[in-house]
Design a protein around this ligand. Structure first.
Ligand SMILES: [Zn+2]
Length: 242
């Protein structure tokens, strides 16, 4: 009996891990969001979620600066409060800041009032730390109901997901990450990375592979003619998929 139970649990864990590693849940929640931009130009956007981190964000900023690339950082309000100087550096170096909620909770079961409070409080915290008011929102884990998407759009935000997931939180090596992204990239892609967090938590983690992947990815995609642009620029280009 116990053996059957253990086998059952092991199978369940196996399927959950496979789901997380090989499937991107954002595919299920894309409707009503911007996840790729329809453009005939070889422009792409780099995005980083879950920061700021006092360890990983500065290392990523150093790589972006060396390569003269501007990216978008979807910050968790709680982390901005803890590390405001890191958030300020992101803004000072010309990157775009996005709102990733205050607590990184899945917002699916929030009331619309709770959702508004979560988004606005994070907006307030980001403004206090960086002086910037962001108009880009990315829901934690990509989950939002249709009514929540409508609410966030009414609040003046663009909801930004992604079309290409580096899966850097799974602990793939930087070589695997770069190989996958170079093989699958298209014009107008929005690429997801993380500058904090791991499989079970939204803070800390080990982002060494992400840091190592950035300069190589930039070099290889530039060789293929791609240009890395801020989210604002690519949104001006053409109609996004909605
Ligand atoms: Zn996140």
């Amino acid at each position: 009996m116990l053996l059957h139970l253990l086998i059952g649990v092991a199978i369940l864990i196996f399927f959950v891990v496979c789901f997380c590693v090989f499937f991107d849940q954002a595919i299920l929640t894309r409707r009503g969001t911007i996840y790729r931009v329809r453009t005939n130009q070889k422009k792409i956007v780099l995005t980083f979620d879950d920061g700021p981190s006092p360890i990983w964000t500065p290392l990523i900023l150093d790589e972006l600066k060396k390569a003269h690339v501007k990216a978008t950082f979807f910050m968790i309000g709680h982390h901005v409060q803890k590390y405001p100087e890191v958030a300020r550096r992101v803004a000072k170096e010309g990157h775009t800041i996005g709102n990733h909620g205050y607590s990184h909770s899945v917002l699916l079961y929030y009331t619309l009032e709770e959702l508004e409070e979560e988004v606005k409080y994070s907006e307030h915290v980001i403004k206090e730390a960086t002086g910037q008011v962001t108009r880009y929102f990315r829901p934690p884990k990509a989950w939002l109901r249709k009514s929540e998407k409508d609410k966030i759009n009414q609040m003046g935000y663009n909801i930004i997901l992604w079309s290409l997931n580096s899966k850097d939180w799974v602990a793939f090596s930087y070589r695997t990450i770069v190989r996958y992204l170079v093989r699958h990239v298209h014009n107008g892609d929005i690429i997801l990375f993380h500058d904090s967090g791991g499989v079970f938590k939204a803070e800390g983690g080990d982002r060494r592979q992400t840091v190592a992947a950035i300069p190589i990815l930039i070099k290889r995609l530039r060789k293929k003619g791609f240009e890395f642009v801020p989210i604002e620029e690519i949104l001006n280009d053409d109609q996004s998929y909605r």
